[in-house]
Structures are given as structure tokens and as C-alpha cells.
Design a protein around this ligand. Structure first.
Ligand code: KIV
Length: 335
């Protein structure tokens, strides 16, 4: 039997300072301490996750559904879109391990294409590792990417990129035969070099059995409490996703309600004129105001031609860069 590469052995380079070392995940499993993973798709999400002490951030291809507006499928998201999102997350996340999720079409064709695209996640987007779905044909992709020095997270059970072949977004491994196949797939992914494996939508005893048999951590999403860690989609757990949610989601907030209320209040206040209030406005020195008003009332101002000249010169000045001594408005608390 081929010896599996040690998890993290081919790590690309020295991880950035403060980054959770990848082998720490296997240590957490051995110590019986749970691993916390969440998805994120932008810099604020990454910062919130880091500040909450999350260990691993997955820039999931669920982005297709939760941020890019595709209905019920992860398939349309492209490499360029995933790279863009991963770059924003990697820029903001220091300690958590950032995993770029390889989109459909980026690794199915050949080992070479898979390695090229995995390298793009690392070089162009700053990912620490990548995730891909499935076992079978994906095993040789995992080996090739790990040999290129990039850590790989596996994903079995419900694999949304092949949801059509699986008969939809359905629980997997519900028969004994299917459950045994899942155990074998997870073992094969470990053997191919994965540093962790996501188990999605499988019965609790199957999640427990795989977790028991693997020496690398399992990260469950609808795979029961015995997995070494858990992952949820950011928008689901915060209540930003509206409509039907899978059984495995627990909502920890109802942000869509808060956002809707806030936007409705804003629209109502703009229309009624109650926003902005004095505290949201700027003043000018009294003597400048007086001079301004005098200037505006001078007879020459009423001439159309003069008005046009002055307006265009004022507009030109407004477009010129602010003098160095004036900080940008957003950076100051009281401009
Ligand atoms: O894309 C994603 O967000 C995922 C998680 C659900 C594991 O693959």
C-alpha cells in the first residue's frame, strides 16, 4: 500500500505569522477538542469569524447561492469569482486557516488542470489550502495537488456539485451499502493525503464511524455530533438566508429581519425628511457663510452666463484631489 503523505508535510512555505498551523487540526482531534469551521465570502465576514475564535474559514462555492444569486445550485460559480472572494477573505483573516473551495469544472477534467487551479487559489488568492468534492476520480486529483505542496480538504456525503447525480440535495449513506461506500471513500481520501474531510448530510452513526476510523479530522455539516469539528454556512447560521433551510442548520441570529427593518426605517425617514438630522450635517464658519451668502446674492450672480462659468469652475475644484492636510471623510470620526 502506498504510504500517504503526512498531513501538511508538503506545506507550500512557512505559514504567515499568527496563522494556526495546519497540523494543529489533527492535534485537536487527538486531544478530543472540537474544530470550528464556518464559511465566509468577504472581509467583514472573515474578521467576525476570526474575532469569534473560528479555526478554519471555508470560502465555499455555496457563494453561488448565498452571495451570487444562483438558485439552488453551486455549479455556475467560476474560478475567477471564487478567487476574488477568497482573496478578500484571506486579506482579512490572520489566524484562521483559509480554504478555497474549488468550483465545479476546475478539477474534474484532469490532474494537471486541478493542480493549476489549486495553485491559483494559493498564489493569486492567498488561500492556505483548497477543498474539493468526492472520492473516486477525485482521489488522483488530491494526490496531485498534495504532491504540488498544497493541502487538500476532502468532502463526501452530499456533494452539491454532483447533486443532480445524487438525486438532489438529499441525505447520503442511508442504506448499509451506501454507508460502507462512504466509509471507504473517506478512508481513501485520507490515504490520498487529505488533511481533513467534510462529511455532509449523512446519518449520525455513519459520521461517528468515519470519525473513529480516520486519523485526520472530520468536519461535519449534518453528520451528527461525533465529528471532530462542525461547519455551517455563514448566511444560514446568521439568519441571512431566507426560505427553506436544511435540517442541519441552526440559526444563531435573525439578521435578515434586522436588515429589512433597518432599510425600511431608512427609506421611511428619507421620505419623511427626518433623516438627516443636525448631527449628520456639516457647518461652515459664520464669516464664510456670510461671505458665501453675499456672493450668491450679488447682482452678477443672476446672469446666466456668469452662473454657468462659476458652476463649472466649482465642479472642477470639487473633482480635484483634497489637499493633503484634509483627511478623507470616512477616516475621521468628526470631519
Ligand atoms: O461550499 C460550501 O459552503 C461547503 C460547505 C457546506 C461545507 O462546501
Amino acid at each position: 500500500m502506498r504510504a500517504p503523505p503526512a498531513p501538511g508535510a508538503g506545506f507550500m512555505s512557512t505559514p504567515p505569522q499568527g496563522k494556526l498551523p495546519l497540523p494543529r487540526l489533527a492535534e485537536l482531534k487527538r486531544e478530543g477538542r472540537k474544530i470550528v469551521m464556518v464559511t465566509a465570502y468577504d472581509a467583514p465576514g472573515a474578521r467576525f469569524a476570526e474575532d469569534a475564535g473560528v479555526d478554519v474559514i471555508l470560502v465555499g462555492d455555496t457563494a453561488a447561492m448565498v452571495v451570487l444569486g444562483h438558485e439552488g445550485t453551486t455549479v455556475p460559480v467560476t474560478m475567477d469569482e471564487m478567487l476574488f472572494l477568497t482573496r478578500t477573505v484571506a486579506r482579512a483573516a490572520n489566524r484562521p486557516i483559509v480554504i478555497g473551495d474549488m468550483p465545479f469544472g476546475s478539477y474534474q477534467v484532469s490532474d494537471e488542470a486541478a493542480v493549476e487551479n489549486a495553485i491559483r487559489f494559493v498564489k493569486e488568492a492567498g488561500a492556505d489550502a483548497i477543498k474539493l468534492e468526492g472520492a473516486g476520480p477525485s482521489l488522483s486529483r488530491v494526490r496531485a495537488i498534495v504532491q504540488a505542496g498544497i493541502p487538500v480538504m476532502g468532502h463526501v456525503g452530499l456533494t452539491p456539485q454532483s447533486a443532480t447525480m445524487l438525486g438532489g440535495f438529499k441525505t447520503q449513506g442511508k442504506t448499509a451499502v451506501a454507508a460502507v461506500q462512504l466509509v471507504e471513500d473517506a478512508l481513501a481520501l485520507e490515504e490520498a493525503g487529505c488533511f481533513a474531510v467534510v462529511l455532509e448530510a449523512v446519518p449520525t452513526p455513519v459520521g461517528a464511524e468515519i470519525t473513529e476510523r480516520l486519523s485526520v479530522p472530520t468536519i461535519g455539516i449534518g453528520a451528527g455530533p461525533h465529528c471532530d469539528g462542525q461547519v455551517l454556512v455563514y448566511h444560514d447560521l446568521l439568519g441571512l438566508t431566507e426560505g427553506h433551510l436544511p435540517r442541519f442548520v441552526k440559526r444563531y441570529a435573525n439578521l435578515s429581519r434586522e436588515i429589512r427593518d433597518a432599510l425600511e426605517s431608512y427609506a421611511e425617514e428619507v421620505r419623511s425628511g427626518t433623516f438627516p438630522e443636525e448631527q449628520h450635517t456639516y457647518e461652515m464658519p459664520a464669516e464664510e457663510l456670510e461671505a458665501f451668502e453675499r456672493s450668491m446674492r450679488s447682482p452678477s450672480r443672476s446672469k446666466a452666463s456668469d452662473h454657468a462659468t462659476k458652476t463649472s469652475s466649482t465642479a472642477a475644484k470639487a473633482q480635484a484631489p483634497a489637499p493633503r492636510s484634509e483627511p478623507p471623510l470616512r477616516k475621521t470620526s468628526s470631519p
